[in-house]
Write a protein that binds this ligand. Structure first.
Ligand code: T4K
Length: 369
């Protein structure tokens, strides 16, 4: 490639669209603390996701950490290690013990058939991840949670704008967290939001995201500062207008990748179900089996780098192998998660990626057969 091609590139609106909001900020001098632009974004987000209770926050991680805190949980949480650092950290930073469940080979989400064997008297919640925007088995998870009286909090960082059988993905579980980080298919520079289905919990989360402050003289909780500022909200408002058009641009790339990379011995793609799921097409992972392909994942990664293609090992290593967790004894055996993380390579995927560049990336990989 002539230029470096990264795994993603943030989508930006036309500068003029953003400048309109900057003018408002300059006029009002209102920069943060739930200002007018943030309130407008809040409303637009709720309408877009068709949910009653949501809250924009400064980033996805704080949204997850504070949503977990809002539930006031203690004990063990069943989750998966095939994810970004944030998911496990949010659990551990709430003084909860992660119990790792393995994932499904077909879509890298939690293997719901393996959840019940991990439930103990100490289990309080399940934190599944809609990784790459692949929806978890929400029905099975819900029935297990009901049977054992557990909370379900989805890490939906990758799943903004998706739906399952026509129902927005935010509707499932007790809560969901979305990331609007620059690298996501929808960004507010940094940012995120939490969706809950209970007004009392929303109030608690609202307080938690502003230091636990109730009013000028009363502080009810040990909260944090996770407020979204006006610049972030303005970017979110601009990008929301273009979300669908950008989703369709990514679908073109997705279709091309799928067509060109299917059926290659030693390369596996995930199982997609476009009849049931409206995807946002934010990631395109491939899985390279060195026993069948001419080389392993690391060699393909290095080779693509020599061609200026910066694919990423999302997600390697699995979080249970992180240095910071090496002294902690975790329950849960996750051989599939380990295998997938050793095989995965996420290819460049973003709305402005030129289709011919995507074709050239496929050709580089095909040449290695
Ligand atoms: N849960 C899950 C499952 C997540 O994946 C994440 C975040 C979270 C929770 C937490 O949500 P946030 O608190 O982040 O909202 C990136 C992102 O920083 C992170 O948001 C994301 N997951 C993760 C999967 O990817 P890195 O360390 O790989 O980012 P970085 O800086 O290497 O960026 C990747 C590429 O993107 C760069 O090579 C170039 C391009 N890029 C990046 C930025 C920031 C740009 O072109 N412009 C930019 O401004 O973590």
């Amino acid at each position: 490639m002539q230029e470096d091609i990264y795994v993603t590139r943030p989508t930006l609106p036309e500068l003029d669209e953003y400048i309109e909001y900057l003018k408002q900020i300059w006029d009002t001098h209102s920069l943060t603390n739930m200002g007018e632009i943030c309130q407008k974004f809040h409303q637009k987000l709720s309408d877009y996701m068709n949910v009653e209770y949501c809250l924009p926050l400064t980033n996805g991680h704080m949204a997850l950490e504070l949503v977990i805190q809002a539930f006031g949980l203690s004990g063990e949480v069943i989750t998966t290690p095939y994810t970004f650092a944030s998911t496990t950290h949010a659990i551990v930073r709430n003084n909860l013990a992660p119990v790792f469940c393995d994932i499904r080979e077909s879509d890298c989400t939690i293997d719901a058939d393996k959840i019940e064997e991990l439930i103990t008297d100490n289990t309080c919640a399940i934190v599944p991840v809609h990784v790459y925007g692949m929806p978890c088995d929400v029905e099975k998870i819900e029935s297990i949670a009901k049977k054992h009286n557990l909370r379900v909090i989805y890490d939906a960082a990758h799943a903004f704008g998706e739906s399952i059988n026509g129902k927005n993905i935010a509707a499932f579980g007790d809560a969901s967290m979305f990331s609007f980080h620059a690298t996501k298919c929808f960004n507010s520079i940094e940012g995120g939001c939490a969706v809950l289905h209970d007004d009392e919990l929303l109030l608690r989360l609202y307080q938690l995201h502003n230091f636990g402050i109730m009013d000028e003289e009363n502080v009810d909780f040990v909260g944090a500062n996770a407020k979204m500022n006006e610049f972030q909200a303005a970017m979110g408002l601009c990008n929301l207008e273009h979300f669908e058009e950008n989703r369709l641009k990514r679908k073109r790339l997705f279709d091309l990748y799928r067509e060109m990379l299917s059926g290659i011995d030693g390369i596996r793609l995930l199982d997609y179900d476009e009849d049931r799921i409206k995807y946002n097409y934010s990631y395109f992972p491939i899985f390279i089996d060195d026993r069948k392909f001419t080389m392993g994942r690391n060699a393909v990664y290095e080779y693509l780098l020599t061609e200026n293609v910066h694919a990423r090992k999302y997600f390697y290593p699995i979080t249970s192998k992180f240095n910071c967790y090496k002294d902690i004894k975790y329950k849960g055996d996750t051989p599939i998660a380990e295998k997938m993380s050793e095989q995965v390579l996420a290819l460049p995927m973003y709305a402005d990626l030129d289709i011919e560049t995507a074709r050239a990336i496929c050709e580089l990989i095909i040449k290695l057969k």
